[in-house]
Design a protein around this ligand. Structure first.
Ligand code: NAD
Ligand code: ISE
Length: 339
C-alpha cells in the first residue's frame, strides 16, 4: 500500500465486468486505485489502462501481480480462468475479490479451497453481489428476524435480455443460476441437497444450440423448495426477482421499476437493460466493502467455502441438466477455516 494507505489493485480481465470495476475503483469508491490491468486481449487491456492514471497493462496475470504497487487482485476474467489467477494470487499471499463463479466446477473449486487452507488464512471474497443489494439485504433481514415464520419456498426469476456469444447451455447453470444457488444458501441459511432441471422447447430467438429457458428446482437441508426460472435470452431486459413464501406471509424483491408513466392506452415503468445497470449500487457496495476490509487487514463477505458450495451445487445441476433426473449434491464437510 502507498504511504496514504491507498490499495493498489490489479484487475484481471477487462471485459464487461472488469472495465466496469475499473471505472468504479477510479471514479466511485474510495481507498483504492487501479495499479494494473490484465487481459489476454492486449489492445483491450491497453485501452482500459489508459482510463486510470499510472495504470500499467499486462497480458499475464502473474506478471501483473508481481508489479510494483500491486497490493490486491480483482479477478474478472471468465470462470474457467479463475483457478490459475487465484493460485497465482495465493503464491504472493495477495487479497482477492474474485467475480463469481469461484470456478465453474467443484473439483477445481476444491483445489482452490485446499490451497487457501494451506495459506492458513482466508484471502478471498467471492463476487456474489446480491448479498450487497439493498433489496436483497432487506429480505435477508426480514427472514432472519423471523416475523413471517419459517421460509417454505423461494420463487425466483432470473432474466437476461441476451448473453455473450460464447454462452453455452451449461453456463445457464454455472454462470447464471449460480447466483440463485448462493442467494438461497444465504437467505435460508441451509445447504442445497438436490437439483432438478427441466427444459421446455427452447426459445426460437435463442442462438442455435442454446437450450434456453430452463426451470431449476432446489431442495434444501431444512426442507424448503426453491424454483428458478432462468431465461437468458428474454430480449426485453434484465430482471432478477425473488419471492419468499413463509409460514405467516410472503416478501418479494426485484420489482423495482423506476418511474411509472401513463401514456395513451398504456401505463408502466422501466426495465434495466442489464446487470451493470440493475446491480450498480450493489457492485459499488461490494467493492467498497472489500477495499475497506482489505485495508483493515481482514477478509469478509462470501468466502471460498461459499464459492465451493455453489460449485458443488452447479456440478449436480449440470448432471441434472443432462439426465433430467433429481440429482443429489455432494459436498465435503466445512473445513475449520470457514466455520
Ligand atoms: P467478458 O467476456 O465481457 O470479459 C472477460 C474478459 O477477460 C475479456 O476481455 C477476455 O479477453 C478476458 N480474458 C479471458 N481469459 C483471460 C485470462 N486468462 N486472463 C486475463 N483475461 C482474460 O466477461 P464478463 O461478462 O465481464 O464476465 C467476467 C466475469 O465476471 C465472469 O466470471 C462472470 O461470471 C462475472 N460476471 C459477474 C456478474 C455479476 O453480476 N456479479 C455479471 C457479469 C459477469
Ligand atoms: C453473468 O455472468 C452474471 O453474473 C449476471 O449477474 C447474470 O445475470 C448473467 O446471467 C451471467 O451470465
Amino acid at each position: 500500500m502507498t504511504q496514504q494507505g491507498t490499495l493498489g489493485i490489479a484487475v484481471i480481465g477487462t471485459g464487461k465486468m472488469g472495465a466496469d470495476h475499473v471505472r468504479r475503483i477510479n471514479d466511485v469508491i474510495s481507498g483504492a486505485r487501479v495499479a494494473a490491468v490484465v487481459d489476454v486481449d492486449e489492445a483491450r487491456a491497453a485501452s482500459v489502462a489508459d482510463t486510470a492514471e499510472g495504470c500499467r497493462a499486462f497480458t499475464d496475470p502473474a506478471a501483473a501481480m508481481a508489479a510494483p504497487g500491486v497490493d490486491a487482485v480483482l479477478i474478472a476474467s471468465p470462470g474457467p480462468a479463475h483457478e490459475d489467477a487465484l493460485l497465482s494470487a495465493f503464491e504472493r499471499d495477495l487479497p482477492v475479490l474474485c467475480e463469481k463463479p469461484l470456478t465453474p466446477d467443484s473439483t477445481s473449486a476444491l483445489r482452490v479451497l485446499e490451497a487457501e487452507q494451506k495459506l492458513g488464512h482466508r484471502r478471498v471474497q467471492v463476487g456474489f453481489m446480491r448479498r450487497y443489494d439493498s433489496e436483497f439485504m432487506k429480505l435477508k433481514a426480514l427472514l432472519a428476524a423471523g416475523e413471517l415464520g419459517r421460509p417454505l419456498m423461494l420463487h425466483c426469476r432470473h432474466r437476461n435480455a441476451s448473453v455473450h456469444s460464447y454462452f453455452t447451455t451449461e453456463m445457464l447453470i454455472s454462470d447464471s443460476v449460480v447466483h440463485e444457488m448462493d442467494q438461497s444458501r444465504w437467505l435460508l441459511e441451509q445447504e442445497i441437497t438436490t437439483v432438478t432441471v427441466l427444459k421446455p422447447t427452447p426459445n426460437a430467438n435463442a442462438p442455435e444450440g442454446l437450450s434456453d429457458p430452463q426451470l431449476v428446482i432446489f431442495e434444501t437441508s431444512g426442507g424448503a423448495l426453491v424454483n428458478v426460472e432462468m431465461f437468458a435470452t428474454c430480449g426485453f431486459g434484465y430482471q432478477v426477482q425473488t419471492e419468499a413464501v413463509c409460514e405467516r406471509g410472503t416478501a418479494r424483491v426485484g420489482d423495482a421499476h423506476g418511474m411509472l408513466v401513463n401514456r395513451p392506452g398504456a401505463w408502466g415503468g422501466e426495465i434495466a437493460p442489464d446487470f451493470v445497470a440493475r446491480f450498480e449500487e450493489a457492485y459499488d457496495r461490494e467493492v467498497q466493502a472489500w477495499v475497506d476490509a482489505t485495508r483493515r487487514g481482514v477478509v469478509e463477505g462470501p468466502s471460498t467455502w461459499d464459492g465451493y458450495a455453489a460449485a458443488a451445487v452447479c456440478e449436480a445441476g449440470l448432471r441434472a441438466q443432462k439426465t433430467g433426473e433429481r440429482t443429489a449434491v455432494e459436498m465435503i464437510e466445512r473445513p475449520a477455516l470457514y466455520r
